[in-house]
Structures are given as structure tokens and as C-alpha cells.
Design a protein around this ligand. Sequence first.
Ligand code: NAD
Length: 499
Amino acid sequence: MENITSLLGTLGADLTQYQGGDLASVTPITGETLTQLRADTAADVADRIAQAERAFRQWRTVPAPRRGELIRLFAEELRAHKADLGRLVTIESGKILQEGMGEVQEMIDICDFAVGLSRQLYGLTIASERPGHRMMETWHPLGVIGVISAFNFPVAVWSWNAALAFVCGNSVVWKPSEKTPLTAIAVQALFDKAMTRFGSDAPQGLSQHLIGGQECGRALVDDAHVALVSATGSTRMGRAVAQACARRLARAILELGGNNGMIVAPSADLELAIRAIVFSAVGTAGQRCTSLRRLFVQEDIYDSLLPRLKKAYASLAVGNPLEQGTLVGPLIDAHAFDAMQEALAHAHAEGGTVHGGERIEIAGGGHYVRPALVEMPAQTGVMHHETFAPILYVVRYRMLEQAIEWHNAVPQGLSSSIFTSDMREAEVFMSSVGSDCGIANVNIGPSGAEIGGAFGGEKETGGGRESGSDAWKAYMRRATNTINYSRALPLAQGISFDI
Ligand code: NAD
């Protein structure tokens, strides 16, 4: 593996400042330890939050379009360093280089969105029932925003939150996954460069990052100075964060596990469907929150679809994600590999026929697997859980209503799709009696959302929305203002109160 200190150096980060502790930074490509880092203590967390709070008090007075200028400069840094940051994402998370770069592109895109947004933080004007009065809504920054992110999108998820949070006038304290601290260090260094170019109205401490595990996350969530916690990760983590936020009545945006399904109807364009199924199920080695995990195929086309799918699976290039031509990189660690093998054994015990799923020896201690296709007799117990690995369960269905019922019968509700050329089926799937997910697609897979839309899901996925549309409102507080420009004081609801 290349010299990680010099790769971080090209991104403007001085790794030596962070080295020398117990937190091992490991690359899933070979299982090698890249470096040892010092984890932040509870006192460090409190100190960073206090700095962020001070920065917020200044930043909220900077006009929003000027705040957008900082994000524009940051996007310039990202553009200039896309190849190196994308490579670091690959080294730390194991996703293929194209996906590593794609993640940085997503950061650039959300920055562009946020720059435009910085001139569009609109409120409403509302008809007042009182003569000579005007009512309106104004939107104000919230304060310190805590961002907790998962290993599988080590930089993009932060940017979905942070780009909006900054233009909305907040400061941000980021707790990245303990499995991907180096990308966070690099992103902070690029942000610092943009801050320097921006000038003196960018307050010190506006963007902070923490290095450490769950304890660090807990300290962030429990701190009364953090106005909003936006947490991305497992449902287990989300439950803990939701309870901690509820205890102090803090706001939370929760982006948790998915268990995403696709229905392939008889009129589907199978060429398109197969491409979408394979990309959605095996991309990022099945470690996307939107990865396709459950496939419902109408019984009349099952026997023509399955052999083609098996053929596509057999030809997949599994290997080192830094090498050209690789489509499937490693799992994040041994724990992920064990969880995959356990789920496959479980599926087999429930009557499933497993194709693939075995370990492939590629490089040192990396955990590489052949993606698994599992033909299931019905939607059994194992299919109700998210296993964060490339396992695709396939079930036959007869009627669309039945497929939709099965599709919605799991506790998660992130992303979904249908392949059909029948307009009625497509509309039913997107209607209130169709998919119960936050994302419902037609003739594209469930995986790979655009930043322009609001991103998030229902039920155990947590209900949060991030990124595009009006998701920015979650990072601001709304005030309703009533202005009396008359010479009287009429009360609402016709009340008279003569004194
Ligand atoms: P994880 O839950 O193990 O960790 C996520 C983050 O939460 C890490 O930074 C971790 O340190 C922190 N954390 C864990 N427990 C905590 C606690 N009690 N308090 C505060 N912080 C805590 O998840 P992971 O293995 O890194 O990522 C995979 C999971 O993330 C999958 O379930 C996947 O579906 C989900 N995910 C969801 C989305 C989405 O947008 N819905 C996006 C990416 C990943």
C-alpha cells in the first residue's frame, strides 16, 4: 500500500498531528494497518463543541449568500483534489475507484446545490385575519450541528449535511466512522484551505471533526450545546441516538438501515432490469444503504430472468478496488464477512438455494466474496434483516398486490423500485397503496440517489430527509412574525379586551 502520510500531505493534511494512539486505521483492501491514531476524549469533544458554538455566534451574522461563497470555494478545492480524495476513499472504505471518485463528485454537486440555496432561504408571507397586519415566516440558523456518519459513504454523507448546514448559518462538528477517520482528516484540511481563501469573516472552529468510536459519538449526542444531531448508520445506533436526543428534546435527523426491494413485472424491459439489478445488488460490494437486497420476480418471467442474472453474476470481476476493471471490492472487515456467512446459512436453513457467497483469496487479509444470489421459496425471516453484504434474495410472485404487500412487510423503508412498461402498475407502485419507502423508482434500481431530491426513508430507516428539495429546513428554525402597521390593536379570534 502506498505511503498514506504523503497521500494525506497532497490533500493538505498533516497526519503526524493525529498519530500515536490506539485507534488503528485499516484498509479493507489488504487488511493492513495504515497508521495508529489518537482518539479524542470526552473533554476534547466538549472543547470542540464549545469552539463550534463560538464560531456559530459569528457565522450567523454573515449574510447567507456570502456564506455560500465559502462553499463555492470549498467545491473548488474538491474539484482540484478529486482524484486524490477519491483514491483515499477507496483505500479506506474498499469501494472501487470509480465509486470513490463518484463520492467526491457527489460532494461537489451538493456544494453547487448549497451555493444556489444560499440565495433561496425563502419564507412565506401569510394572509392575516387582522386589518393593517402582515404575517410572515423567517428562517434562522439553529446552532451547532452534530454529524455522525457511517463507513460506507465516508465523505459524501458529511457533505450532504454540512454544505446545507453552513449556508444555513450553522457550525458543524463531525464524528466520522472509526473505520474511516483518514478521509475525514483530509476533508477537514480541504475545508481549512477554503476558509483561508475566504477571509476573516470565516470564524475559527466553524467546522470540527472528532476522531474516535461510539464513545465520541455519545459525547456529541449528549452535549446540550448541539442543537441538531444528524446520524447516519445502523438502526441499532439510530435507536440509541434517538433516545439520547429525546431525553434532552434535541432535534435529530436519522438515516438508518435499508432493506431495499425491486419488483420485476411481466412487461419489464429485462435488459435494463438485469443491469439495474446487478449494479444495485453488488455495487460497493452490497454495502450501500440503498443496495438491492430483495427481488420479487413475476412467475411468468422468472425462468427467463434468473439464468441471465446468474450468468451476469458469474462474470463479475471481484478484486482489488484500486485496479481498473474491478467491479466488486472487499467487504469492510472480518465481522462483515462473518455476518454474510451467517445470513447465507440462515437462508439455506429456511429453504433457500444459494449461488455464490464464498470467500475469494485476493490480497493479504482482505475479505473478498463472490456476490450471492439466493432463490427463496418465500419471504422468510432472514429477509427481514439488513445484512450489509452482497446477498440478493429472489422470490417469485403472481399478482402485483401480493408483491407490494411482501415488499412493504419488512421493518425498513428506505428505497424501492419497479421495472414495468405498464403505466398502471408504475403509478400504483408510486401511489399511497404502493411502496412505503422514502424513495420509489420506476425502471431504475433502488441504489444511487441524486442530490437534488430529498434523501431518506421511513419506519426503522428513521424518517429523516437530507440533501435536496426542502431538506434545508431541518437545519434552521422557523419564526412566525406578525407586524402591526395600523393605529389600532385588534385581537385575533374577535376577542375584545377593553382596559
Ligand atoms: P454503525 O451504526 O456501526 O456506525 C455509524 C456511526 O455511528 C459511526 O460513526 C459510529 O461510531 C457511530 N455510533 C455507533 N453507536 C453510536 C452511539 N450509541 N451513539 C453515537 N454514535 C454511535 O454503522 P456502519 O456499520 O458504519 O454503517 C452501516 C450502516 O449504516 C448500515 O445499516 C447502513 O444501511 C447504514 N447507512 C444508512 C444510510 C442512510 O442514509 N439511510 C447511509 C449510509 C449507511
